[in-house]
Design a protein around this ligand. Structure first.
Ligand SMILES: C[S@@+](CC[C@H](N)C(=O)[O-])C[C@H]1O[C@@H](n2cnc3c(N)ncnc32)[C@H](O)[C@@H]1O
Length: 219
């Protein structure tokens, strides 16, 4: 069952989304947007023929970067209007409409070499983030595959609180921006060993170590 209220919000944003993220230097929440996407591609070690699943693909900006490396890309999103934008931009990619909160995605291939996502997981609280990522690793990541997530994030819980005071007008209390210290620790407890790198005033990238993903996939 899809989360209709959030879907409507993203459907309405779709036509203007690309202009929201362009020239966002210094502003919340898209300061460093291009650097975040480029770092996700670099951390994923994108190469020709690699299979990549882009979660919450939106208008397809991240998918496009992987396509430029000749990867075989699939994009998933629950917003029909976002998918309309991405299908127009990248007609050669397979896009699927699905909710991240669904228990399974039988319409997707069972395994990808790499799962990536940018600016999506702040939709979910920490517990849900962990549950979704555990499911994705178990159901769709090849043993030893990479999982890389770029999002609105801060190094620590204290840093996130300071940011909330700095960007009072822009801060959305209904969203769950990452604090790397608490997140890395929660993921560790769930068997997922993540590394974190801060890339801008309000964004960073989490990468699952390949060795950890190999261990997890065998369970
Ligand atoms: C801020 S946009 C990011 C788009 C793109 N990844 C980027 O970095 O530009 C968030 C995207 O996540 C999608 N999304 C949010 N919640 C979702 C959910 N529960 N299931 C599937 N997609 C979701 C939205 O429809 C939207 O396209």
């Amino acid at each position: 069952m899809m989360n209709t209220q959030r879907q409507v919000l993203f459907d309405r944003w779709a036509a203007k989304y690309d202009s929201s993220v362009a020239n966002a230097a210094g502003s919340f929440p898209f300061d460093g947007y291009e650097r975040v996407l480029a770092t996700v591609v670099e951390a994923a070690d994108a190469k020709s023929s690699m299979t990549v699943l882009d979660i919450g693909t939106g208008t397809g900006q991240l998918a496009e970067l992987f396509l430029a490396h000749a990867c075989v890309v699939w994009g998933v999103d629950f917003s029909a209007e976002m998918l309309a934008q991405s299908r127009t931009r990248l007609p050669q990619i397979q896009f699927v409409q699905a909710d991240l909160l669904a228990e399974a995605w039988p319409m997707l291939p069972a395994q990808f070499d790499c799962i990536v996502s940018t600016y999506v997981f702040h939709e979910f609280n920490l517990r849900t983030k962990v549950a979704i990522l555990q499911r994705l690793v178990k159901q769709h990541l090849a043993p030893g595959g990479r999982l890389v997530i770029g999002d609105i994030a801060f190094p620590t819980v204290a840093g996130r609180s300071a940011a909330a005071s700095r960007w009072v007008a822009e801060w959305d209390e209904d969203e769950f921006y990452w604090a790397a210290d608490e997140s890395v620790s929660a993921f560790q407890s769930a068997g997922l060993a993540f590394e974190y790198r801060q890339l801008s005033s309000c964004a960073g990238v989490f990468s699952l170590s390949p060795a950890a993903s190999a261990l997890f996939s065998k369970r």
